[in-house]
Design a protein around this ligand. Structure first.
Ligand code: PGA
Length: 240
């Protein structure tokens, strides 16, 4: 299976910054067929990105609404994403839960809708510090996967991203060995080899090599370190 490196730009990069980014990326990145590179700009910049990205990379969306067309002000339909040749959609980032209060049932609807439209969903899962300290990590991850993938038979079409949110801003960090154990557990839980299990917390050009050398840690979802094209290319090259 090919390695996969995803860049999440969140609300960063206005139009002119994005133009500069892709100009530099297209000049500096030498494509190789062992890594799939995917980028997710802000929704408002998707059109620009789809015009500027070279065939070396793919586009993904940071979010979508499960409905095709309806009166939902401010939302994006899966049909719009398909028009822009988007291939992947992230569902659901921890920020959607903590800051926007999306429910388990809503995530499940989004996953079903993405699969119906042949958009490959990436489902983010995590445990809090309290859950980790009370040794509930596996129970919590299992619960999330069961609820969010309820009534979905084709789990092999879904990728799973693990984020130890307990390490954010606490000075704690997840060791590569810990990440590997959790990824092994997720692999056992989903019971298929086609889903990719992605590591997603503070990956940068210093820790990427150690992480990628662990079994079943072959994919990264990268936020801040992807905002600089040179750093991002370094991570991709380290991960070959
Ligand atoms: P980070 O963000 O790499 O800055 O931790 C990843 C994300 O939240 O998508």
């Amino acid at each position: 299976m090919k390695k996969l490196i995803w860049a999440n730009f969140k609300m960063y990069k206005n139009m002119s910054e994005l133009k500069d980014y892709f100009t530099k990326f297209n000049q500096e990145y030498a494509w190789n067929d062992t890594v799939d590179v995917v980028v997710a700009p802000m929704m408002v910049n998707m059109m620009l990105a789809s015009e500027m990205i070279s065939s070396k990379i793919n586009l993904w969306s940071q979010n979508m609404h499960p409905n095709d067309i309806w009166a939902y002000t401010g939302e994006t339909s899966p049909l719009n994403l398909k028009e822009l040749w988007v291939k992947y959609v992230i569902l659901w980032h921890s920020e959607r839960r903590t800051l926007f209060g999306e429910s388990d049932a809503f995530v499940n609807e989004k996953v079903k809708s993405a699969l119906k439209h042949w958009l490959r969903p990436i489902l983010c899962i995590w445990e809090t510090l309290e859950e980790k300290q009370s040794e509930k990590t596996y129970e919590v991850l299992e619960r999330q996967i069961k609820l969010w993938l309820k009534d979905i038979s084709d789990i092999a079409m879904v990728d799973i991203a693990y984020e130890p949110v307990w390490a954010i801003g606490t000075g704690l960090s997840a060791t590569p060995e810990y990440v590997m154990q959790v990824h092994n557990f997720i692999r056992w839980l989903i019971w298929n080899q086609e889903s990719r299990i992605i590591y997603w917390w503070s990956v940068n050009d210093s820790n990427a090599k150690d992480l990628i050398s662990q079994k079943d840690v072959n994919w990264f979802l990268i936020g801040s370190a992807s905002l600089d094209p040179t750093k991002f290319i370094n991570i991709i090259n380290t991960s070959k």
